[in-house]
Design a protein around this ligand. Structure first.
Ligand code: G3P
Ligand code: MG
Length: 259
């Protein structure tokens, strides 16, 4: 953390989304119990425009529902089981709305990276609604970092809430990515797929005055390599292995902590 980058170095991917059902309260609570003070999650819109947490466009993999998530109202989505797919102990775990996450994050003093994950065709609408909601829900405290693979979503977020920090996510170095990030999207950071990051890419990002974060980093050697390249944050599934209390350092815990 520093004055111009106030977020923790270690960020729990989808909450603690491997050990507990991703993007649910159970995952955020587990990450918090293990000392993690920042979480990444995926935000999209229900049919009636409610921002809620889900990674996939469809419901099958992580819920008891079927078909496109964008076709269901929040009332319908909120009745689904989003935990049984993971393990019997988490059966009955519901999907989480963004306002529920915001309330929990305040109680738990946890920072967030909201990945805007629009269903196809809803890029600008999702960016706008998530940014407006984040501005309202985090009023008076440090805002979440908004990120997206979709430039249209970030452009709409900028228009709706220009003061919220934005990051462009990339999994390939598509033509014009850096110009888009620092120009029309006015990002403060890039979040890149870890294997894409080498010394040249890190120098480009830092030379443009942006921070660089990496996903999804589960290997200690990879984490150390990225730290040497000057990254400001690592998004990881390995909430038991890495000790986030170390800050910007890679420290593996001596023994696994209990759930
Ligand atoms: O935000 C970083 C990472 O979550 C992006 O990939 O597919 O896990 O949402 P994905
Ligand atoms: Mg994500």
């Amino acid at each position: 953390m520093s004055a111009d980058w106030p977020y923790p170095f270690w960020i729990a991917h989808r909450g603690a989304g491997k050990l507990a059902p991703e993007n649910t309260a159970a995952a955020f609570h587990l990450g918090h119990r293990l000392g993690w003070r920042m979480a990444e999650c995926d935000v999209k819109l229900s049919a009636d425009g409610v921002p809620f947490l889900l990674h996939d466009d469809t419901l099958e993999r992580t819920t008891s529902g079927h078909g496109p998530a964008a076709a269901r109202s929040w009332a319908e989505l909120s009745r689904l089981d989003a935990g049984a797919w993971h393990s019997p102990a988490h059966a009955g775990q519901p999907l989480m709305a963004l306002d529920q996450l915001a309330a929990w994050s305040q109680e738990a003093a946890t920072e967030l990276n909201l990945e805007i994950k629009p269903c196809p065709g809803r890029e600008a609408e999702t960016g706008r609604v998530v940014a407006q909601a984040a501005q309202r829900l985090w009023a008076g405290r440090r805002p979440p970092l908004l990120s997206s693979f979709q430039p249209d979503a970030l452009a709409a977020a900028r228009e709706a809430a220009p003061d919220l920090p934005r990051a462009l996510l990339i999994d390939t170095a598509w033509p014009g990515w850096l110009d888009a990030a620092r120009g029309p999207l006015a990002c403060v950071a890039m979040v890149a797929h870890a294997p894409l990051i080498d010394a040249a890419l890190a120098a480009q990002v830092h030379g443009a005055g942006l921070r660089l974060l990496a996903y999804t980093v589960n290997d200690a050697a990879q984490a150390r390599r990225l730290l040497e390249l000057g990254v400001s944050g690592l998004i990881s599934d390995e909430v038991r292995r890495f000790d986030p209390a170390a800050g910007a350092a890679v420290v593996e815990r001596a023994a696994p902590s209990p759930d």
